[in-house]
Write a protein that binds this ligand. Structure first.
Ligand code: F6P
Length: 365
C-alpha cells in the first residue's frame, strides 16, 4: 500500500451539527497520532471539481468542536458524475466531470479522501472509488438517521433535542388555548426524528412515513382525549408522513441531482383536516432548519470525534471504499455500498413504536 502522507477531508450534503467536530478529530489525530498532513476540500465535491483545497493545521481546527455548520462549507448540488451546467438555451443540463476530481487529487498530492456526508455524498464517494479507484473513507452524517452501516448518525441527537424542546414549548400554548398543535419535523422518508421527539415530548399522535395514517384514527384519539377532559393534543408529524393511499407533500423541487424533492407542508394538511373533523382549534408549526443549526449536543460531539479519529485510522489501514459507523459499543467499518444499499427506516414492530402504542400514543394507522 502507498504510504499515506496527505489526507483530504470534505463535508457534503446538508449541514449537520457535529461536522466541525469530525474535521477537528480528523486533522488533530492525523497530525498527532500518524504525523500525516490534512487538507480541507471546500464546499463538498465542488472543491474537488474546482481545485479549491486548503491546508489545515492544528490552529485551524482549534475551538471549532462546539460550532455548528462546517468550516469547510458544503453543497448538495455538486455531483461530479452529474455536474450541472447551463446549455445554449439557458437550461440546466448535467455532465460527468469526475476526471477533474482526479486532477485535483493529483495536483494536491492527496493520498486519501475522507468524505463526511449522508447517503448522497457516500454514494458519490463510492462511485469515485469503484470507477476511478479513488481512496475514500466515509463518515456517516445526517440528522435524519437514515443511513445504514451504523446504529446512529451524528447530528441526529442534536436534532432530536431541538425538536423535543420545541414540542415542550408548543405544549404550553396547546394547553392554555385548548388547541391541537401539529409540529412538523424533518427526516425525509424516515420517521426517526418524529418518533423519538414524539415520545420524548409526549406527543399524543405521532405520524411517520413508515406507518401511513388515516385521518379518522387521528380524530378518534383527539376525541378520546377530549372526552377525558383533555381539551388539547399534540401531533408530531414527520415531513415524509403520508395518508393511507395518498402521497407525500412536496414543498419544492431543487437542483440537487441526488434528490431534487424537498418535503414540507404535511402539518398544515393534517391540522386543517383535524380542525374540520373535530371542531377543535388547530395550529401547525414547521420546525425546519432550526433542527440542524447551532451547537452539537454532547453525544453528537463525542460520536463525531470518534468517527473522525476512526476514519483516519481506516485510511491508515487502507480500508478504502468503507465507511465508519457505530456498532454497539464500538466503531467498525462497513463497505459504503452496503451502508447505502438500503435506507434505514423505523420498523413498525420496533420496541419504541410498541412502547408508545402501549402508552396510548396513536400512530394514526
Ligand atoms: O437530510 C437533511 C435534511 O435536513 C432533511 O431532513 C430535509 O428534508 C432536507 O435536508 C432539507 O434540505 P435543504 O436544506 O436542501 O432544504
Amino acid at each position: 500500500m502507498k504510504k499515506i502522507k496527505r489526507i483530504g477531508v470534505l463535508t457534503g450534503g446538508g449541514d449537520c451539527p457535529g461536522l466541525n467536530a469530525v474535521i477537528r478529530a480528523v486533522v488533530t489525530s492525523a497530525l498527532r497520532e500518524y504525523n500525516v498532513e490534512c487538507y480541507g476540500i471546500l464546499d463538498g465535491f465542488s472543491g474537488l471539481i474546482n481545485k479549491r483545497v486548503k491546508k489545515l493545521d492544528l490552529n485551524d481546527v482549534s475551538g471549532i468542536l462546539p460550532r455548528g455548520g462546517t468550516i469547510l462549507g458544503t453543497s448538495n448540488r455538486d455531483n461530479p458524475f452529474k455536474y450541472p451546467f447551463k446549455n445554449d438555451k439557458g437550461e440546466i443540463e448535467y455532465k460527468d466531470v469526475s476526471d477533474q476530481v482526479i486532477r485535483t487529487i493529483e495536483y494536491n498530492e492527496l493520498d486519501a479522501i475522507i468524505t463526511v456526508g449522508g447517503d448522497g455524498t457516500q454514494s458519490i464517494a463510492n462511485l469515485l472509488h469503484s470507477t476511478h479507484n479513488i481512496p475514500v473513507v466515509g463518515v456517516p452524517k445526517t440528522i435524519d438517521n437514515d443511513l445504514g452501516g451504523t446504529d446512529v448518525t451524528f447530528g441526529f441527537d442534536t436534532a432530536l433535542t431541538i425538536a423535543t424542546l420545541s414540542i415542550d414549548k408548543l405544549h404550553s400554548t396547546a394547553e392554555a388555548h385548548h388547541r391541537v398543535m401539529v409540529i412538523e419535523v424533518m427526516g425525509r422518508y424516515a420517521g426517526w426524528i418524529a418518533l423519538h421527539s414524539g415520545v420524548a415530548g409526549g406527543g399524543d399522535v405521532i405520524l411517520i412515513p413508515e406507518i401511513p395514517f388515516k385521518m379518522d384514527k387521528i380524530a378518534e384519539k383527539i376525541k378520546e382525549r377530549e372526552n377525558r377532559g383533555k381539551r388539547f393534543s399534540l401531533i408530531v408529524v414527520a415531513e415524509g408522513a403520508k395518508p393511507e393511499g395518498g402521497d407525500v407533500i412536496v414543498a419544492r423541487k431543487v437542483h440537487d441531482p441526488n434528490d431534487p424533492i424537498r418535503l414540507g407542508g404535511i402539518s398544515q394538511f393534517v391540522g386543517n383536516q383535524v380542525e374540520d373533523i373535530t371542531g377543535i382549534e388547530t395550529r401547525y408549526t414547521i420546525l425546519g432548519h432550526v433542527q440542524r443549526g447551532g451547537s452539537p449536543s454532547p453525544l453528537d460531539r463525542i460520536l463525531a470525534t470518534r468517527f473522525g479519529y476512526h476514519a483516519v485510522k481506516a485510511v491508515m489501514e487502507g480500508k478504502f471504499g468503507h465507511m465508519v459507523g457505530l456498532r454497539g459499543e464500538n466503531i467498525k467499518t462497513t463497505p459504503i455500498s452496503e451502508a447505502t444499499a438500503v435506507p434505514r427506516r423505523v420498523k413498525r414492530d420496533s420496541d419504541l413504536v410498541k412502547t408508545a402504542n402501549a402508552l396510548g400514543t396513536s400512530f394514526g394507522g
